[in-house]
Design a binder for this molecule. Structure first.
Ligand code: SAM
Length: 241
């Protein structure tokens, strides 16, 4: 189980995060822009908040921030310890409707989507928004609590069954990002302690290092369109009718 969590969306936790983190950050910015001006007193609930990497940005935009997670974080800043896919605690029911719910890289860890989406609909005010990002091509993490790699069709279907309409939907990451993430999640080493294995591994190790550096340089990414029927992750902004 990987316990390291983002403290913000600027820092990269490791090479595997190199391609995805800026895309998630841009998705959040674009979704907040699409929602428009923040009404005075608007409330946001960050669900599966982890180390609350979005707190500063959301408070800076004018939202009254609160957080929910299944466990307390290192800084002890989680306001509601609960599961989003179980009966919600009174503290949340009493908190009233939220203007915005945020789930960044959370739904892949939530086993019961039926209950989770019912709760999202319950927590939102009419006209309120729910911002979801979730991986589609990404390494296993936080095992054994890593359940899904949903398509945008799955997100849409669960949302619409619970009265949430899709306001904005995007597939993040092109072929360069997918290949780059794949390369960055690999390691090359000898299978046996023999000289022959060493000789065979050395060129593979060098090629892997060079390819990683090339993809990370993004030299061709702006010039050549690498199309693929894979992508890194979903952005979906939902609105309660
Ligand atoms: C990959 S971390 C993402 C943290 C943060 N949202 C971010 O973007 O960095 C997933 C978070 O979801 C939380 N989580 C997992 N299952 C959950 C559930 N059923 N209900 C609420 N939170 C959950 C985990 O404890 C963890 O903090």
């Amino acid at each position: 189980m990987i316990l390291t969590r983002r403290k913000n969306y600027e820092e990269l936790l490791g090479e595997q995060e190199f391609f995805v983190t800026p895309l998630i950050r841009k998705s959040i910015d674009d979704a907040l822009t699409a929602i428009g001006p923040v009404a005075s007193g608007a409330k946001v609930l960050d669900i599966g908040a982890g180390e609350c990497p979005l707190r500063g940005m959301l408070e800076g935009s004018g939202y009254k921030y609160s957080s929910l997670d299944i466990e307390q974080n290192r800084a002890r800043t989680i306001d509601h310890i609960a599961r989003i896919d179980a009966l919600l605690p009174d503290s949340l029911s009493k908190a009233g409707g939220f203007d915005l719910l945020i789930l960044t890289e959370v739904l892949e860890h939530v086993p019961d989507w039926k209950v989770a989406f019912q709760n999202l609909a319950l927590l939102l005010k009419p006209g309120g928004h729910c911002l979801v990002t979730s991986p589609f091509f990404y390494m296993l993490h936080e095992e054994p609590y890593d359940f899904w790699r949903p398509t945008d069709h799955a997100l849409r279907s669960f949302a619409e069954s619970n009265g949430l309409e899709v306001f904005l939907s995007r597939r993040n990451g092109d072929g360069w990002d997918v290949f780059g993430t794949l390369l960055c999640s690999m390691s090359v080493c000898r299978r046996k302690k023999s000289f022959l294995a060493y000789l065979a591994t050395l060129p593979v190790w060098c090629i892997h290092r060079m390819l990683k550096a090339f993809f990370k340089s993004r030299v061709l990414q702006g010039l050549v369109n690498l199309q693929m029927r894979y992508y890194l992750g979903n952005l979906m902004l939902l609105r309660k009718k």
